[in-house]
Design a protein. Structure first.
Lengths: 234, 189
């Protein structure tokens, strides 16, 4: 058997601390004891290998899941999933969920004063292709009010969930939109200490995927952790 | 192109719309051996209040301690075979329950066997990153030699070991305490 290699830690500042007091929900849920570092074991360098057949045809297109077309601005969100060494993450499951154009989630706990859209569930899945690329067609989500602080609004965002090749590479994040005036006030985005890492969560307007008379394109590339150069002991 | 890992962000309060399609509370499909076991518990916050909006993901080896993954046992990867992945939400009372088979001893650091365990990722509103923890099994001699448990202060090890239920031999109890005196051990990797 080939020697196995563990995963590098993410660069300092790229990941939020658990406790970020301005994000009030973190206060009673963040661990208070020091985390225990795990050694490299097979348990973390392996992970679920999903078969692409689990995702329905068309699950990448959130605008065609109802009887009619959803309201709002149609957009194309695409990008490439790579590891830190630039290797494409191929054939990997990507899940997204989001609010509708009015900023309302199709969830029993979201009862704020904005309409649901009978033609928009806000849920999609796809697998990355042989070059690590993914593509979703959806509706630009609205801003969303929350009760974190007085007159708090989340910037427009799409939730992303990725597995990558291993338990170690599991990543849940959020994609934001360029030019959103709420970005600088958002405690969740601003929990990321490093400025360029924060900016990596803001998608870029993309002429190459913008489709004439159909939809604006936004590009969001995602990077998962890279491998150690040195094989671990077995 | 070299880059830095994309920052993690919370799943937020409404993740169930995006993640429930892949819920998997019974991991036993395709298992060819191993004792069947249910694990139930609660997720509790820093005030001891149940967390009604959390989801656990499980990753585990089969009864022989092999992972269905190309870097361990590629021949075990495939439809209908034991998979080892679970996605288990809590209910409105913060309770969860899933059924699986007890894994064998997977390879650990430096070739030493690990004690049987489940890898757990925990997601919820308020967690800007997932929490990583493990479930170990009670009365298991291999726990004494496990290289991961050895890194945990002895007085906190019990938080990682599920409790037997005297009335129900097939069910184990394992609660997650996010904070406080009983705070569960969480790992970084």
């Amino acid at each position: 058997m080939n020697p196995l290699r563990g995963y590098r830690k993410s660069a300092p500042g790229t990941q939020p601390e658990y406790l970020h007091p301005s994000y009030v929900s973190s206060v009673k849920r963040a661990p208070t004891q020091p985390l225990i570092p795990l050694p490299d074991t097979l348990s973390e360098i392996t992970g679920p290998v999903f078969h692409s057949g689990i995702v329905a045809d068309g699950a990448f297109d959130l605008t065609r899941q109802g009887k009619g077309e959803p309201l709002g601005e149609r957009i194309i969100v695409s990008g490439q999933v790579l590891d830190e060494d630039g290797r494409p993450v191929r054939g990997s499951l990507v899940e997204i969920w989001q609010a509708n154009a009015a900023g309302r989630y199709l969830h029993k706990w979201d009862q704020h004063h904005a309409p649901l859209d009978p033609n928009f569930a806000g849920v999609g899945q796809t697998f990355t292709d042989g070059e690590g690329r993914y593509r979703f067609v959806t509706i630009r989500p609205g801003a969303y009010p929350w009760r974190n602080h007085a007159n708090a609004w989340r910037p427009q965002h799409i939730h992303f969930s990725l597995f990558g090749p291993a338990f170690a590479t599991r990543l849940v994040t959020q994609m934001y939109f360029p030019g959103d005036p709420l970005l600088e006030f958002d405690p969740i985005l601003n929990s990321v200490p490093d400025e360029s890492a924060r900016h990596s969560l803001i998608s870029k307007f993309d002429w190459t995927t913008t489709t004439p008379e159909i939809a604006l394109g936004f590009r969001f590339d995602i990077i998962v952790r890279g491998r150690n150069a040195t094989p671990m002991g077995r | 192109m070299n880059g830095r890992t994309t920052p993690s962000q919370t799943v937020g309060p409404f993740f169930s719309i995006g993640l429930s399609w892949l819920e998997r509370l019974d991991l036993t499909e395709g298992a060819t051996g191993g004792s069947r076991i249910s694990i139930r518990g609660r997720v509790l916050d820093g005030d001891g209040q149940p967390v009604p909006d959390a989801v656990l993901e499980i990753w585990q080896a089969d009864a022989n301690g092999r992972y269905a993954h190309p870097e361990d046992a590629e021949e075990l990867v495939g439809a209908g075979k034991f998979f080892g992945f679970g996605r288990v939400p809590v209910n409105d009372q913060g309770e969860f329950r899933f059924t699986t088979i007890k894994p064998g001893c997977a390879a650990g650091p430096d070739g030493t066997p690990q004690a049987p365990h489940l890898e757990i990722s925990l997601f919820m509103r308020g967690l800007l990153r997932r929490l990583i923890t493990r479930i170990y099994f009670p009365g298991e001699a291999a726990n004494e030699a496990d290289a991961v448990l050895a890194r945990v202060p002895p007085r906190r090890r019990h938080t990682l070991i599920a409790k037997a239920d005297v009335a129900d031999k097939e069910t184990l109890q394992w609660d997650i305490h996010l904070q406080g005196e009983k705070e569960t051990v969480f790992f970084e990797y």
